[in-house]
Write a protein that binds this ligand. Sequence first.
Ligand SMILES: Nc1ncnc2c1ncn2[C@@H]1O[C@H](COP(=O)(O)OP(=O)(O)OP(=O)(O)O)[C@@H](O)[C@H]1O
Ligand SMILES: [Mg+2]
Length: 312
Amino acid sequence: MPGEAPPGAEPVRLAPVAPAISTSSLTKRYGDRLALDGLDLEVPRGLVFGFLGPNGAGKTTAVKLLLGLARPTGGEGRVLGAPLGDRPIRSKVGYLPELFRYQGWLSAREALVLHCQLAGLPQHQVRDEVERGLEVVGLEGRGDDQVATFSKGMQQRLGLAVALLGTPELVILDEPTSALDPVGRHDVREIIRKLRADGVTVFLNSHFLSEVELVCDRVALVDRGKVVAQGGLAELLEGGGPRVRCTGLTVSALDRLGELRTDGDWVWVEGLDSSRTPDLVEALVGVGARVHQVEEGRRSLEERFLQLLERP
Ligand SMILES: Nc1ncnc2c1ncn2[C@@H]1O[C@H](COP(=O)(O)OP(=O)(O)OP(=O)(O)O)[C@@H](O)[C@H]1O
Ligand SMILES: [Mg+2]
């Protein structure tokens, strides 16, 4: 039978693979400010993991601790099986910082060569790596231009190329699309999908929730230094109930329908089972609404995000 071990052969034992990232009660205090308050995180290998949260929530702090760029004041963590701050493991991790500036007098190609050297890549690989990097991020043809002449979005693309140099097993991207136009954001999503297809784990900090929704397998939502929700995207978004796009709803009609929630022309009842979609449509038509569209509910990540943060 195919796949069956021949009689007498030793069974193959695979060593358990450590998660890409795991942390336990990871804490960072700056003076009396608690930037990260006991982070428990587990990021399995090969997934795109979204780390989300409002400004000041502690996302960048967490990334700095994971990379050994700052020391925790409590708790512990492991990256690719090694304790935080382990130097040899750094060559397996690609990183796009949130705020960065490359030497403006270098050309994009020179900046990439420099980072290949800093990463200790063998000299004979450098040329191919640099050309591949420029191509992946859409900067081919601009390699000889000085970094100082690049637009913000082009600098961010260059930063992404730096993060992808070599063959990282884990890529940590802190707001990779903050300076990018919609085409650039689309390109980055494609790059992330390609990384996942190649088995690379991607840890992504982002504010663009609609984007995270398109590309992440799992997410953790952090607020004031603590994780408030963590799980598979589908599991986090389920239970939104059916939603109806309609016009002609008056305030008094909305009052009569009681628990109805609205967002622009969209209306829904929190937690309504999809078997009751016809009842919802009938009730809306009954109070004079004109129904244009009905969608089987899945709430948006933004809605869920605001709900979990208990902000209106
Ligand atoms: N070096 C530092 N010294 C003092 N406080 C700091 C330092 N770095 C971060 N903090 C504080 O820690 C908290 C978390 O900051 P952090 O940069 O991790 O947030 P963030 O979630 O990345 O926010 P953003 O979405 O704005 O990038 C903030 O209150 C911030 O002021
Ligand atoms: Mg940040």
